[in-house]
Design a protein around this ligand. Sequence first.
Ligand code: ATP
Ligand code: MG
Length: 733
Amino acid sequence: MIKAQTPPYLSGLNPPQREAVEALDGPVLVLAGAGTGKTRVLTARLAHLLHTGRAFPSQILAVTFTNKAAQEMKERVSHLLGGAPMEGWWLGTFHALAARMLRRYAPLVGLTSDFTIIDADDQVRLVKQLMEAENVDTKKWPPRAVMGTIERWKDKGLRPGDLSAQDGGDMAGGRAVALYAQYQARLKTVNACDFGDLLLHAITILRDPAHADVLAEYHRRFRYIMVDEYQDTNVAQYLWLRLLAKGHNNICCVGDDDQSIYGWRGAEVGNILRFEADFPGAKIIRLEQNYRSTGHILGAASGVIAHNEGRLGKTLWSEADAGEKVVVRGLWDGEAEARFVAEEIEQLQHKGWKLNQMAVLVRAGFQMREFEERFMQLGLAYRVIGGPRFYERQEIRDALAYLRVTAQPNDDLALERIINVPKRGLGDTTVQNLYAHARAQGISLYAAIEQMCAGGTLKPKLRETLQKLTGDFERWRGMIGNTAHPQLAAQMLDESGYMAMWQADKSPDAPGRIENLKELVTGMAEFESLAEFLEHVSLVMEAQLEGQADDAVTLMTLHGAKGLEFDAVFLPGWEDGLFPSQRSMDENGVKGLEEERRLAYVGITRARKRAVISYAANRRIYGNWVNGLPSRFVEELPDPHIDTHAESGLSQSGRSSHWDSSGFSGAQRVPPPAARPMPERVSGAGFAKGNRVTHESFGTGTVIHVDGNKLDIRFDDGNQKRLIDRFVALAEA
Ligand code: ATP
Ligand code: MG
C-alpha cells in the first residue's frame, strides 16, 4: 500500500502557515509581522502548486520586491522539488514582469517590441528639452521636479488624458500636465519608455476593451497570482494586479502594514488594509509566531512600533530563547561609533560568527563612509549592497575631480569629468577642440585651455568662461598650504557652483548627494593635507578593486534590507534628525515620523540573535561639530529588552537623561576630539621583506612580501593578511 507522505515543504510549517499554503482557491491575504514566515509561505505555496500539478511555472505570476529575492525563491522552490529544472517562470519584480508583457504587446501602445527603457538622466534631459522649447523657466521649476511630478502621476496609474490642466497646480507655470503629454508623445516617437511606463502601458493595454483578447489571454494563463511585500505596492501596481487577478481570482498577497516604508515613492499602505473590500470573500490569515529573532529582539521591535497610531496591531511571539538583550550604546562621536561597531564585529568573528551573517544598516547613505574607512583600515571584508561604495558615488567622484585638478592641473581625466559640471556651456565640441589642440601641442588639456585663451581664436564668451574656470583653479591652488583643506574643499564646492547644482535639483536623491558631499568634506579633516587625502582615496579605490571576499560584512540602507535577515545587525546613527530623518518629518509630519518608526521596526527585526543600536553625541558635519540628541526611538525601546551602556566618560546613566545633564553640555563645549591617531606613516618604499610591523587589530607580524603599497604580512597568531601599507606601522625594535 502506498503511504501518503507529507512533502517536506509542508511538514515544517505551523498550522496557519500551512493553511495559507493550502488555501489555493480564492483570494488570500497573509497579514503578519516580521519574521513570521510570510516569504516562506509564498515559497512553499509555489512548490505546492507545482508539486500537486495544479499549475506549471508559466501559469503562476509571482511578484517579489527585488530581482535577487526572485532568484532566491526560484532556487529554493527547485530545491524543494528535488532540483528538477523548470522553465517559463513568471517570477520577478513588478517592473520586470510588466516589461516582459509589454515587449509582447508593445504595438498596442505605439511602440515596437525592441523599445528602449530610458534611465533617470535621460528622463530629466528630455523634460528639460521640452520645457525649454515651451519657454518654461527651468531655474524656477527644475526639470527634475517636473519629472518627479510626472512620476508620481505614473505611480498612481494616471495618464495625461486622465488629468486636467489644473492638476499640475503651479508646477512649470501651470504647464505640467501639458509637458507630461508632450513627454509621453516624445517617448513614443523615439520608441522608448521609462520605468513608470512599464506598468502604465501594461495597464492601458489590459484595460482597453478593444484589447479584451489580451486580458483574456492573461486571465487564462495566470491561474495563480502571488505577491510578497504587498504593503509597499503603489496604485499602478495594484491596478495591474487587480486586472490580472480578475480571471481566476486566485490571488495570495503577503505583507505587514508595520513594514510599509516606501510611502515617499508612492506606496499605498491602504492597499493592504483594503484587501477584503477589493477581493470579496478573501481569506485573511494571521501568523503570529516569529521564527527569526530571539525574544528580546522581538520585544524591543514590538515596543517601538507600538508607538505608531493607525496600525492594525499584531501579536508576535517566539519560541526561541529570550537571547541577548538589544545592546544600546551612546558613543562620543561618529568615529568612535565606527570603531565600536568594527570591534564588535571582530569579536563576534573571533567567536566563530560569519561576516556574511552580519550587517550594518544605516538610515542615510552618507553614514557608510566612516564604516567603510574603518573596515578598510582593519582589513575587514565588507560589501555595499544597493549602491556604489562611498568614493565611487557620482557626486564624490565629481568633487574629487575638482580637488585633483586643484592639486594637479594636468590631470586631464579629472578636468574632463567636471569641465562642464555644473553646466558652463562647454559642450562636447568645445572639449574636442581643446583636446585636439592639446594633442597637437603635446600638452595637457589644462595647458591647452590656457594657451587658447592667450591666443586670439576663441569667441569672447567662450574665452571668458574658460578664463573664469582656470582663474578659479588658480585661486583654489593658491589656498593649498594656507587654508585648511576641508575649508578649501567646501569653498571650492560653493564657488564652482557644484553644490548649488545639487541644491537646485529636486530629484529625490539630491539631498542624499548633498549629504555625501558634506560627509566628504568632514572626512577630509582626518588627513594632514590635501595631498595625503587624495593619496588615501586612490589607495582605497585600488584596494576596492581587488578580489571580493566570500565572507564579508554587509553595509546597506535600512530601506534595502527589507525581507532580509542576519545573525547580527548593527543599527548606528540613532540620533534625532538623522533617524528619524528631519527631512521626512519636515515634509510629512506625523505620517513621516510613523514611516521612520516602521523603518526602525524593519531594522531591528532583521536580526536573528544580536541587535546593536548606537548613537553619537557629536557628529562632525561639513567641518562643524554638531551635538546630537539620541533618537526618540531609543527612548521608545522598552527597558526590559535592552542593555544600555554609555561609553565611559559620557555618563553613567543609560539613555537620554545624560544628554542634557549639565556635565554633558559642559563636555560639549570642550574642543572636538583629536583626529584619529593614525599609525606611523611609512611610505611603501619604507617597508621591506622581513620588517616587523604592527597593526591595530591583527597585532605584530612580519612582512613576507611587498607589492607596491600592498604588504603581505604573516601575523604572529598565524594569520596571513594583505594590507595597504598606511594601515600598519613598523614595530618598535
Ligand atoms: P519579513 O516580514 O521580514 O519579510 P517573513 O514573514 O517573510 O519576514 P520569512 O523570511 O519567511 O519571514 O521567515 C523568517 C525566518 O523564519 C526564515 O529564516 C524562515 O526560514 C524561518 N521560518 C519561517 N517559518 C518557519 C517554520 N514554520 N519553521 C521553522 N522556521 C521557519
Ligand atoms: Mg519576507
